[in-house]
Ligand binder design. Sequence first.
Ligand code: KIV
Length: 278
Amino acid sequence: MNQDKFRVPDIARMKSARRPIAMLTAYDFPFARLLDRAGADVLLVGDSLGMVVRGEDTALRVTVDEVIYHTRAVARGRRRALLVADMPFLSYQVSVEDALRNAGRLIKEGGAEAVKLEGGVAIAETVRRISAIDIPVMGHVGLTPQSVHRMGGHRVQGRKPGDAAGCRERLIDDALALEDAGAFAIVIEGVPPSLGREITERLKIATIGIGAGPDCDGQVLVMHDMLGLGESCPPRFAKPFANLWRDASAAAEAYVREVRERSFPAPAHAYAEARKEA
Ligand code: KIV
């Protein structure tokens, strides 16, 4: 057994020790390898793949089969990180039976070690049933991209007080319901920092923030935002730690230029001819 492997119980240990958890999304083998070697504790195959990998406007079209496909690639690339797979839209909302089957497929066929679901009180029973068959569940509250149409876009949540969907007290209740149902951690997305802090203080399980301020137990970013791999500016909360779009564009332009100038391939890139027999 790999002693260094980061596993589900390590999330709770990190929270108790007040050691921040570093999570990133990943969608393929080479980047999974790279992010794992960089020390990421958790890799999430997010349904954000619909947007950042396929260029769609929302995550809603992503299917279970597609998440399995990407999860397998990430599973081959990572050695240490905990591997979490997103349950895409309609894979867990229709019935508990569907949810159990689809969560099981992500583990069995994809190689994930945990699944992530969006929602709170409304999906608590589903979270309870998935957890009861020993599939670890990560929750996700706040700006939940699968609710994009209800929210009227990818909009900050929890600014208004109240118990209506997307309001502050409701989001706290959602987080508490997920904890009670057995979730081992919760992503909090797109809320004011004071709400990220309040939920983190009220929960015993770890919170992982994305646009939820500095006081969550960990942070997650979409890999493309973290690496500056998008054509346009990333959202306000997403600090680009590199500008791979610029660097990769320069590399591609140099390639095109050298092919046109016939300076590539050079002799160093050519195979040797067969040796003449004496
Ligand atoms: O799909 C995703 O990438 C996510 C993260 C933003 C947490 O849910």
